[in-house]
Design a protein around this ligand. Structure first.
Ligand code: ACO
Length: 437
């Protein structure tokens, strides 16, 4: 179309430039100019050309992607076109992982083969146990997970061959299969408990619960309601387009290391309290508030900038209720029927009620995000808060790998190497130490 372009006039020179506009599937969200086109805009011949300044990449599309669609204004989340609410109700985590990675829901034969491949790779090398034993007794399980998943790369040297289809796929099976094992071993280490080997007769989340929970019984039988609740939480956490940890996966992956090293980087990015560590921070905040009558004063101190942020509220993309938070809030009732009600739930509900009626939060479009209620469920399931980001990293592995595969197959991909606006000194002469003041 003739008018699918942007005309820019540089008032320094009076010159005009016409930049083509490209679109994704949804023009409303996918319209962009190529940033490299700005480089032709120069104030003089020796000028480097115009850059786009965008700290935190708030308005920069770092890639094209067909995996996950988020409409933050309307509170919509879809994996490969399927609404998250439908997947949470009808799918399983492993089926959703397949969908994210391969683009389509599997047929019965594909599903059987996929589950078999994942199930057959759940065991880790015995040396991993010795490696974990080397960590301090009170090491945070997320620190352990970052270290051990990175260490896996040394056990599979052929994982470097990322352009070999068969080898790449094998690492995908291994990573999805072994993350729960590493996560469970990290937890058991931090509790001083013996490691439990995978039980391949159980489901993905049933086996995970067994590796976390089993003590002296011969066989661990997961409660079907809790097993399904964890599976739904895993579906909700499986991908979320270009967030901090996924961007870390793509940035690190763009220099072509093996996927274990890139997943270690993504896991580290997820560890921070502004990202996957937020559900841990929510629980600490709810404990600090303690009871219903303290909620109004707490909200007041958040607004006054005295109590930090309201953790579990606000999102870079969602300016509406996070659709995952809605599903999780519903899931809480099913879990609490089995585990008994978590007393922090009523504090959370009151906090949400007050915040959603308050002008400060309304004006800034701050709504509960995925982390607001997930921590309360994880606590009811018996997990200590330090395990919360680990419970996020395990299912997000499928999303990270799907995004990594997409990046590798995209001919536009180049090694990630942003520019800067230099604000330091101009050239100056080195002064020997004795002559410095
Ligand atoms: N509590 C109180 N005020 C907030 C909050 C909050 N949780 N979040 C944002 N604000 C305010 C900011 O102070 C700012 O106010 P101002 O305009 O008066 O300065 C305004 O809202 C905009 O905030 P930004 O920091 O610009 O928003 P940004 O998009 O950069 O941050 C983020 C998003 C990091 C998620 C933020 O909302 C936050 O810190 N939330 C709490 C942590 C959290 O729950 N993280 C989990 C996110 S979900 C996930 O990663 C899985």
């Amino acid at each position: 179309m003739a008018n699918d372009s942007l005309t820019i006039t540089d008032n320094r020179t009076g010159k005009s430039y016409e930049l083509p506009i490209r679109y994704g599937t949804y023009p409303k969200y996918g319209a962009a100019i190529d940033a490299s086109q700005l480089r032709q805009i120069k104030a003089s011949d020796d000028d480097f050309g115009l850059l786009a300044y965008d700290p935190g990449f708030t308005n920069t599309a770092s890639c094209k992607s067909g995996i996950t669609f988020v409409d933050g204004e309307r509170g919509i989340l879809r994996y490969r076109g399927y609404p998250i609410e439908q997947l949470a109700e009808k799918s399983s985590y492993l089926e959703t992982a397949y969908l994210l990675l391969y683009g389509e829901l599997p047929d019965a034969g594909q599903m059987e083969e996929w589950v078999r491949n994942i199930t057959h790779h759940t065991i880790v090398h015995e040396n991993i146990k010795k490696f974990i034993d080397g960590f301090h007794y009170d090491a945070h399980p997320m620190g352990l997970l970052v270290g051990t998943v990175g260490a896996l790369s040394t056990f599979y040297p052929s994982a470097k061959e990322i352009h070999d289809d068969a080898r790449r796929e094998k690492q995908i099976w291994r990573l999805i299969a072994k993350m729960p094992t590493l996560a469970a071993f990290s937890y058991r280490h931090s509790r001083g408990m013996p490691y439990v080997y995978p039980d391949n007769d159980l489901s993905y989340t049933g086996n995970f619960l067994s590796m976390l929970r089993r003590t002296t019984e011969l066989r661990y039988e997961p409660d079907p309601v809790l097993e399904r609740a964890l599976d739904v939480l895993f579906i909700l956490h499986a991908d979320h387009e270009q967030n901090c940890s996924t961007s870390a996966m793509r940035v690190v992956g763009s220099s072509h290391p093996d996927p274990y090293s890139a997943i270690a980087a993504a896991t580290a990015a997820l560890y921070g309290p502004l990202h996957g560590g937020a559900n841990e921070a929510v629980l600490r905040m709810l404990n600090q508030i303690g009871s219903l009558q303290n909620v109004p004063a707490f909200v007041k101190s958040v607004k006054a900038g005295e109590a930090g942020r309201l953790m579990g509220f606000g999102h870079r993309v969602y300016k509406n209720y996070d659709p995952r938070a809605k599903v999780i809030k519903g899931l809480a009732d099913q879990v609490f029927e089995v585990t008994g009600v978590n007393p922090l739930l009523e504090v959370a509900i009151e906090l949400e009620r007050i915040a959603l009626e308050d002008d400060y939060f309304i004006e800034r479009k701050l709504y509960p995000n995925v982390d607001f209620y997930s921590g309360i469920i994880y606590q009811a399931l018996g997990f200590p808060v330090a395990m919360f980001p680990v419970l996020f990293a395990v299912p997000r592995t499928a999303g990270w790998l799907a995004q990594w595969m997409e990046m590798l197959s995209d001919s536009d991909t180049r090694i990630a190497r942003p520019r800067q606006i230099f604000t330091g000194s101009d050239e100056r002469e080195y002064v020997p130490l004795k002559k410095r003041r």
